[in-house]
Design a protein around this ligand. Structure first.
Ligand code: ADP
Ligand code: ASP
Ligand code: MG
Length: 438
């Protein structure tokens, strides 16, 4: 059985939902994972923001506006009166939940319930569309099997077991329709796999059922060799290894959620990226096979903070690094890049929730300098296999760009540079001009 995930744009209008129906309805059994319709999760995040600030009236105004949009969707999506009634019931349930959350306490727990509604609605409506068109489809509730543990990490063993039971409970069907992104946490409350998490849902489900293939259907012909939002001339990458794709996703290629590759890699399940609006294109195929030497693509990750610690001693003492790392561990803050000199260490983080506490403790060991608004630009490919002089080529390409940090040698698949976000576009363009397209 294959797992097919369709993103926000792919299900973003009644017309597109029909396109998706025609794509999946080939008679082969499959699990279809859907995102919320495009724009919905952003609207829900905004609504949650107003509710957090106790701005009930503005929240209600946005809830009404969004509900109006969905009523229009149902009106054009559903043809028969029965389907229309079922569609309206799906909407009323979610918008009833949202309205109920405008009074009373509003904590992180309620916020998670708010942002979950997009996927609950899109899957509800899409299932109705399939049934109306005579397809053998069933809704498979993700909240019955997608779980994260107390460290917020997906628990693949529990997911596999629960998914088996959920499939049995749902009963036989050709097309199982389920929600991406949403899950339950270790307390059993509604939670999510972070923004863009539907890709990760698909990969986890694929790994859990040992799928033949995991397909990520989106709005572009697969992975480009540079970020098409910032660079004009990009080329499609036909094939990537799991390792290369993982580096790209982790370091910012928006097309794939950072953790998507890992579950697929563990069970060696090919991941194919395809364009819903151009299914004839072969897309990008990610497998365990190495794809030859050379640079494949670059990507950038924003919102990075660089921290430099200059040791109070002339030379870094034995155990200095351990003490620093323990501080980050204690505050559950992952480090992305690191570089050291004899007396100083620079490292980067993207989660700044505990930054003040971390800096306070770091100051016990040395002088601390913090730079925010930085971006990691990551160059991915089989770099060691590349001919000699690769580093020289990168430096020539980046001439004139103020590089704050460089990381090279940690993995043969990645070289990363840290630049101010204001320089990101210039950096990406320079890499396209001199390395990728040169
Ligand atoms: P979906 O809603 O289907 O999950 P996303 O918006 O999350 O889609 O991801 C697809 C988008 O990712 C593309 O439209 C493109 O703008 C952006 N993107 C960023 N980097 C890349 C890249 N290297 N290759 C392809 N698309 C990329
Ligand atoms: N709807 C969620 C988001 O917008 C998840 C996803 O689209 O993958 O982040
Ligand atoms: Mg996405």
């Amino acid at each position: 059985m294959n797992v097919l995930k369709f993103g926000g744009t792919s299900v973003g209008s009644p017309e597109n939902m029909n396109v998706v129906m025609n794509l999946i309805a080939d008679g082969h059994k499959k699990i279809v994972v859907l995102s919320a319709m495009s724009g919905t999760t952003n609207s829900l995040v905004e609504i949650a923001g107003y509710l957090q600030k106790r701005n009930k009236d503005i929240a209600l105004m946005h809830i009404n506006k969004l509900e109006g949009k969905y009523r229009d969707v149902v009106t054009s999506l559903c043809k028969t009166p029965e389907s229309k009634a079922k569609g309206m019931a799906v909407i009323e349930e979610s918008f009833g939940t949202l309205r109920a959350l405008t009074s009373g306490e509003f904590s992180e727990r309620e916020e998670k319930i708010v942002v979950a509604q997009g996927e609950l609605i899109s899957t509800g409506l899409f299932t109705i569309l399939l049934l109306e068109n005579g397809h053998d489809a069933k809704l498979l509730p993700a909240l019955d099997f997608m779980v994260i543990d107390k460290d917020q990490a997906a628990d693949l063993i529990a997911i596999s077991e629960k998914l088996k039971s959920a499939l049995t409970a749902t009963g036989n069907a050709t097309y199982y329709i389920t929600q991406g992104f949403i899950c339950r946490n270790h307390e059993g409350n509604i939670d999510n796999l972070q923004r863009g998490g539907s890709d990760y849902s698909a990969s986890l489900i694929g790994a859990a059922i040992r799928a033949g293939e995991i397909q990520i259907w989106t709005d572009i012909d697969g992975i480009r060799n540079n970020d098409p939002r910032y660079v004009k001339e990009t080329r499609k990458v036909e094939r990537l290894s799991f390792r290369e794709a993982a580096e790209l996703a982790y370091f910012g290629a928006k097309i794939l959620h950072p953790q998507t590759v890992m579950p697929a890699k563990v069970y060696n399940i090919p991941v194919r990226l395809k364009n819903t609006m151009n299914p004839a294109d072969s897309g990008t195929l990610i497998t365990s096979e190495t794809t030859g030497a050379g640079i494949k693509a670059v990507a950038a990750k924003d919102g990075i903070t660089a921290i430099k610690i200059r040791s109070y001693r002339m030379l870094m003492a034995y155990g200095f690094m351990k003490s620093l790392f323990e501080i980050f561990e204690r505050f559950k803050t992952p480090i992305d890049m690191i570089s050291t000199s004899e007396v100083a260490v620079s490292l980067t983080i993207d989660n700044t929730r505990k930054l003040n506490e971390i800096v306070k403790e770091l100051k016990e060991y040395g002088e601390v300098e913090v730079d925010s608004d930085m971006s990691i630009v990551c160059i991915v490919g089989d770099i060691q296999g590349e001919e000699r002089g690769f580093a020289a080529k990168v430096f020539t390409a980046l001439e004139g760009i103020p590089i704050r940090m460089i990381s090279y040698g940690g993995s043969r698949y990645n070289i990363s540079v840290l630049v101010p976000t204001a320089q990101k576009q210039t950096t990406l363009q320079a890499l396209s001009d001199h390395l990728l397209n040169g």
